[in-house]
Design a protein around this ligand. Sequence first.
Ligand SMILES: NC(=O)c1ccc[n+]([C@@H]2O[C@H](COP(=O)([O-])OP(=O)(O)OC[C@H]3O[C@@H](n4cnc5c(N)ncnc54)[C@H](OP(=O)(O)O)[C@@H]3O)[C@@H](O)[C@H]2O)c1
Length: 436
Amino acid sequence: MTTINVGLLGLGTVGSGVAKILIEEAELLTLKLGHSLNLAKICARNLQAKRNFTPPPELLTTNPDDIVGNPDIPVVVELMGGLEPARTLVLRALAAGQHVVTANKALLATHGQEIFQKAVEMGREIQFEAAVAGAIPVIRALKEGLTANQIQSVFGILNGTTNHILTRMTQDGMTFHAALTEAQQSGYAEADPTNDVEGYDAAHKLALLTALAYGSLPKITDFHVEGVTRLEPDDFTSAAEFGYVIKLLAVSTMSPLDGRLEIRLHPAMLPSGSLMAGVNGVMNAVLIRGHACGDIFLSGAGAGMMPTASAVMGDIIETSRDLQPGGAPQVPALGWKSLRTWPIKPQDDVKLAYFLRFTVIDKPGVLAAISGVLGKHNISIAQVIQKGFDASRGGVALVILTHEAREKDLLTALAEAEKLDALTAPTRLIRVENRL
Ligand SMILES: NC(=O)c1ccc[n+]([C@@H]2O[C@H](COP(=O)([O-])OP(=O)(O)OC[C@H]3O[C@@H](n4cnc5c(N)ncnc54)[C@H](OP(=O)(O)O)[C@@H]3O)[C@@H](O)[C@H]2O)c1
């Protein structure tokens, strides 16, 4: 029976989970695989640090070169996080002929072209199931089971921290800051939450999902990325009145007629009866819409020691199977033999329905003035609700749901409406996604 040596770069949250499974489940894995996986070396910075799992001390090193470039270790698992030294170490491992597994979405979304290229050049694998939606095997679904499909759309809730915050705002009427503070106290948000709450983490995952679905890896600066920091409790109340729930939604879609990718990450109102709207707390979900498979909905834990380790282990196992004599031929890392670059639709050209909340003085003719401005720019109104006086904003709220409109037209109309004397506070806008 063969044994495949595995080297771990990183023994933090995820690395500890992977080490725990490799050591504690060794027998089960051998029974399932018919070969064994041996955790040969683990690299961390501080060998004295208290860990979630304590591996045998002789496995530990502070020198990544004990793993990277070591001819006895064919599989390198990068779980350090960050761009450097992760990028250099991954490239060096591939150059040395080692196969790489990583959970590092920031690394792949930023330096993916270079890393995937190096893997192809060296004929080595780079696997990254844990980089998108944690435990959910969405990458394997896209690049294997659903390969035959023209992917029409991918929708996702890809960040557990923000989903937890939005769930508290929805269910308990909390402010963003109160929900964030609570999430930090309970360990669901980091001390510096910028990467999560501004949407960058989810955007990195969306870029990778786009590459898997359409074979084109965009930069996160190429599409609209908007976090959750500006959402207010009133937005959630109004959403409920219209039959919607607010989520931080990732969307990647391409219409064959248009030939352009539509990629965006922003808070969106979703129909409250949709599967996505029911994804609460730290859970993640992905909905893949394919021309043959229809809608495939996957949901599960998006982060955490053991759920993420589960996804990393899936990659280690697949790589080890491919390394067996007569092992299966490799599936390309992104499921495409070669990548191409599709044009991305500017956000101005996106067509959606919109939720608008105007704050206006309470006098006759104001609704007519606002609907006149909207109408002039081809924005038609689907529903209107007028609220009572809001002392904090010095006016009454006029809440409008539009029919589908081009974003540029909507923004032009809003800029014109802002000039009306009747408005007493800035107008709020939330996009509405009715295709779920
Ligand atoms: N946490 C999650 O739930 C989750 C979910 C999905 C994906 N991911 C991804 O998984 C990766 C790891 O995340 P994590 O949460 O496990 O991170 P983490 O807890 O911060 O662990 C990072 C580990 O890497 C080690 N390390 C960092 N820089 C090093 C260096 N220069 N030399 C040697 N060791 C170094 C650290 O060593 P010390 O411990 O000695 O400092 C630590 O053990 C990231 O890319 C993250 O985005 C995480």
